[in-house]
Design a protein around this ligand. Structure first.
Ligand code: FMN
Length: 463
């Protein structure tokens, strides 16, 4: 059992969790200010009167992990955890169901070409003061990778004029690799950007899948039912029939253009992206424009957690295999403290040199096409009486168990992921290691005061 994009909007409406805004709203700054407030109040929204547009703008759908429950829970409740959402994707990757080609469907109800395409008619917000212009933030891009597989990912797009988009590709994305390959091999590249895709495809698009598995098929696996697609009339790319709108584009890799958007780590991100010519715009009748709040925003974060779920699970496993002294560990990927990872690892240590050695080795750990330091800002080693998931406990250990200044380690020689906007021109950015373990000589002086059996003594049994 699974729900479609429109069914989720109807469900949220029936549950009183959808706000309809009928007054005129300016898409430049006024609309994002309202989107932010609505996110904070856990309300989904439909803007029915965005100035300069006849389209309704919808969003605020997946602002918590629980909201993914709306897709799969028969009774429509929001009872769903990060683990459940992540595992859905993992199962989809393990059991993909190939997409199903059909001849017709809602997305073909209106096919616009040539001068009928007008991207300026979309209710796309300009979010922040220094943003270059209006962005599509909820669009998933579909393209064929050099190995022939269909790839789907979230890529933010700047609207530059009525028929052109810049499609941004991060250094972590398969899209970036495809740009490089097409440029080097002088091959034409096409990307279809889709808004209001089937929810399982939104989940699959956010996640990292193996090179030989398509996110379209992972979405089928997540639903237990294949995704119906038509072949785009211009691009020949598979486009889900059940989505709101789609833009087929031709990518000009010789025309890379700078653009700036307030990013998920609450920093501005300036990127260079190719100019993409929109050759057709497909839309269902009454198509709605799906938009996600940009910057450090809840809906971006919940989807973004699916991007890192697989990466963090793989990392945890790798570290446990490499170090038998590890008793527990946590990967904190929380945009409240920036766009990079903070790792906390609890160990049973046998020497005072061990944490320093581990910190260095871990930053250098090979994660495939990058080393761990590329994504990890800080590694903290704690004793096994500290809970790595509880940052209060970790802070306590850091500031109570660090007598020697050598236990603080700073590195400048690691190249960083480009979302770390503090990087120097050579691409490096400071990395920090903290040995928050007790020194062996003073271990007895630094014991954490605990009340034995505290958990078993229940106040309710006494009053
Ligand atoms: C809301 C949202 C927006 C995103 N925007 C971008 C983006 O603009 N560019 C990008 O490369 N990745 C972006 N990502 C991350 C990718 O979608 C994600 O890493 C995905 O796994 C990339 O897929 P790929 O490796 O198949 O290209 C975004 C993720 C989310 C959840």
């Amino acid at each position: 059992m699974y729900r479609s994009f429109r069914e989720i909007i109807e469900l949220l409406d029936s549950q009183g969790k959808l706000v309809r805004l009928t007054k005129p709203v300016n898409p430049r700054f006024e609309m994002p200010a309202l989107m932010k407030t609505l996110e904070d109040e856990a309300k989904a929204f439909i803007f029915e009167n965005v100035q300069g547009s006849d389209y309704k703008a919808v969003g605020g759908l997946f602002t918590s992990m629980g909201r993914f429950g709306l897709i799969f829970n028969e009774d429509g409740n929001e009872d769903f955890t990060y683990e459940q959402a992540g595992q859905r994707v993992v199962n989809g990757i393990a059991n993909p169901i190939p997409y199903n080609q059909v001849d017709s469907g809602p997305i073909l109800e209106n096919v616009l070409t040539g001068s009928d395409i007008d991207l300026n008619s979309l209710p796309a917000p300009t979010f922040f003061e220094l943003d270059t212009g209006p962005f599509l933030t909820a669009a998933v891009g579909i393209f064929r990778k050099p190995n022939g597989e269909i790839n789907v990912g979230f890529y933010r797009c700047l609207i530059t004029d009525s028929q052109h988009l810049l499609i941004n590709a991060s250094g972590l994305s398969d899209l970036r690799k495809a740009y490089v390959w097409h440029k080097e091999n002088n091959k034409e590249m096409k990307v279809a950007m889709v808004l209001g895709a089937p929810p399982a495809l939104l989940m699959a698009a956010a996640s990292k899948t193996p090179d030989d598995v398509s996110e379209l098929d992972v979405a089928g696996g997540i639903n237990g039912d294949s995704i119906d697609v038509i072949m785009g009339p211009d691009s020949g790319l598979p486009i889900p029939v059940d989505c709101e709108m789609a833009f087929e584009t031709v990518v000009d890799l010789d025309n890379m253009v700078e653009n700036t958007l307030g990013e998920f780590g609450a920093q501005y991100g300036t990127e260079h992206a190719p100019m993409c010519k929109v050759t057709s715009m497909l839309q269902r009748n009454d198509a709605m424009f799906y938009t996600l709040m940009a910057g450090r925003a809840k809906e971006h974060n919940t989807l973004g957690y699916l991007t890192v779920y697989g990466i963090t699970k793989g990392l945890e496993q790798k570290i446990r295999e490499a170090y038998t002294n590890v008793t527990n560990l946590a990967v904190h990927f929380d945009t409240k403290i920036g766009p990079l990872m903070h790792l906390v690892i609890a160990i049973k240590k046998s020497s005072d040199n061990e944490p320093a050695r581990m910190i260095k080795e871990l930053f250098e750990m090979n994660m495939g096409f990058f080393n761990l330091a590329w994504m990890a800002k800080r590694i903290i080693i704690v004793d096994d009486d500290v809970d790595p998931n509880d940052m209060d406990d970790v802070e306590w250990a850091t500031w109570t168990r660090m007598g020697r200044s050598e236990k603080l380690h700073a590195f400048q020689d690691f190249v960083t992921w480009e979302v770390d906007r503090a990087a120097l021109p050579d691409g490096t950015s400071a990395r920090v290691g903290i040995d928050a373990t007790k020194d062996m000589d003073y271990a007895d002086d630094l014991v954490k005061p605990i009340i034995p059996n505290e958990e078993e003594v229940k106040l309710k049994d006494y009053i």
